[in-house]
Design a protein around this ligand. Structure first.
Ligand code: HEM
Length: 438
């Protein structure tokens, strides 16, 4: 099977095999046998692959590897103690390269600095086709994938899985648009209070409001049109098992645009930077570089305060009258405040999603004495973020740099006009266009 036919196997055969194994209709070894006999033997040597082919193969073998890891660990006593054993005997090509070594070489061949196992980038960004965001007719973000087949690869072919991958990539594309508006403001000597900056900040706010509504709309839909919590917990998440004991499994926490936004806008959460750095191996080179640059620089709100010759102590030490006068002198503060407030509200909407699809149902299981999954715990995210931690970082975003302005802004300034309506193109159509109109 050549590198391109593996795509058909991942789209058609792998979900069938996974379903059969999960339903106990097939032995777990069947997947390894099928891969070993039909998929891996014919795969080419690295030198024959273009970087684009390597990217597609990283996606394909990522799904295959995650499935092998899961079934092995679910069916082997103490399998979670030595996950790498799942791949023992699984080799690629005539040279019989061990699966994980071939995967690591493939990751390198992509030229992107991809991780040695499946990742957020391979499962979400590369897997799902192009997403475009239009804001009042203007294209503000375009995020391609690496396939042009209008399909979304999944572990079991369940529509909820497809919708989840699509949701996350839609979210990332909106976030990319937000960051594109904000990044030029980090340039040396950028004016942060003039008309141009205020326009950028307002556009970014409108987009964050759209992100928030994307989250809310997904949660409000009946599960047949979104995703069932049980599917998320018992089917989907269990494929984020370890390939080696201390690797970093794929997670929304590896969404680079969200990390960039936190460092652009600032987040006063102790240890947040170290936590983000711990995830670096699972990011791409460009993402690591961009995030590290933003970490090293002052956040936009800090630059803004410096520009108006103020700082956090001056804000917290001022009375309401002083703050009102400050806002009167620098009306751009209202726009910046609204941006930071919307960033926090979007985070709150995401927290709600995590509670609805994971933490609450798991609490109910715990109350009913049903316990947890053995492989990927449903009491925390895959990189270990607990509900309390997600609550804490949402609170930190609410307690942003300009939060001391809250009393005078909430009382004295009308709400921003409601954001434009968020419309998604026809279901199944690619590229997916998210249109903000009105
Ligand atoms: C039903 C939908 C969703 C659920 C149930 C959910 C659940 C979670 C969970 C459990 C975590 C903790 C992860 C860990 O420990 O590694 C997390 C983190 C995260 N997710 Fe999601 N998520 C959803 C949708 C999304 C979407 C659409 C995006 C991207 C736009 C996203 C971006 C993030 C980010 C950036 C984090 C890191 C925590 C933070 O910055 O607040 N998630 N999510």
């Amino acid at each position: 099977m050549g590198p391109e036919q593996v795509g058909d196997w991942v789209l058609d055969e792998l979900p069938r095999l996974n379903e059969a194994i999960l339903q106990d209709d097939a032995p777990p070894g069947l997947l390894v046998t099928d891969l070993g006999e039909h998929v891996l033997p014919e795969l080419p040597e690295m030198a024959q692959l273009t970087p684009a082919q390597a990217q597609r193969l990283v996606v394909h073998l990522g799904f295959a590897g995650a499935s092998v890891a899961r079934h092995y660990q679910e069916h082997t006593p103490d399998g979670t103690g030595h996950p790498e054993q799942a791949f023992a005997g699984l080799t690629v090509g005539a040279a019989q390269v061990p699966f994980r070594r071939y995967f690591a070489a493939l990751a390198e061949r992509t030229g992107t600095g991809h991780y040695e196992r499946d990742s957020y980038a391979s499962l979400v960004r590369w897997n799902v086709g192009t997403i475009r965001v239009l804001l009042r007719g203007e294209l503000v973000a375009d995020l391609p994938g690496v396939f042009d087949d209008r399909r979304i690869r999944t572990y079991t072919g369940t529509p909820g899985e497809e919708r989840f991958f699509l949701l996350v990539k839609q979210g990332e594309t909106i976030e990319l648009a937000v960051n594109c508006f904000l990044l030029p403001l980090t340039l040396d000597n950028a004016d942060l209070i003039g008309a141009g900056a205020r326009h950028r900040v307002r556009q970014a706010t409108v987009l964050l409001d759209a992100l928030r509504r994307l989250f809310l709309d997904f949660a409000a839909m009946p599960s047949e049109q979104s995703m069932a919590a049980e599917m998320f917990m018992d089917v989907f998440r269990q494929f984020a098992a370890h390939w080696t004991t201390d690797d970093i499994p794929p997670s929304g926490a590896l969404d680079p645009e969200a990390l960039k936004r936190d460092f652009l806008l600032g987040i006063a959460e102790p240890g947040y930077e170290q936590q983000a750095r711990r995830l670096f191996p699972a990011l791409l080179d460009r993402e690591r570089d961009e995030i590290a640059d933003l970490m090293a620089a002052p956040s936009l709100p800090h630059r803004l305060l410096a520009q108006i010759e103020c700082d956090e102590t001056c804000l917290s030490g001022s009375d309401d009258g002083d703050l009102r006068r400050l806002v009167g002198r620098h009306p751009a503060l209202v726009d910046w405040y609204r941006l930071l407030a919307m960033h926090a509200r979007a985070s709150g909407a995401h927290l709600m999603l995590s509670k609805k699809f994971l933490f609450k149902p798991q609490r109910e299981r715990d109350r009913a004495g049903l316990g947890d999954r053995l492989l990927v715990s449903n009491r925390a995210g895959t990189t270990g973020m607990t509900e309390t931690y997600l609550e804490r970082i949402t609170r930190a975003r609410r307690e942003h740099t300009l939060a001391p302005l809250r009393p005078v802004l909430i009382a004295g300034i009308p709400d921003a006009t409601p954001g434009p309506e968020l419309r998604s193109g026809k279901e199944g159509a690619m590229p997916v266009v998210l249109e903000l109109t009105g």
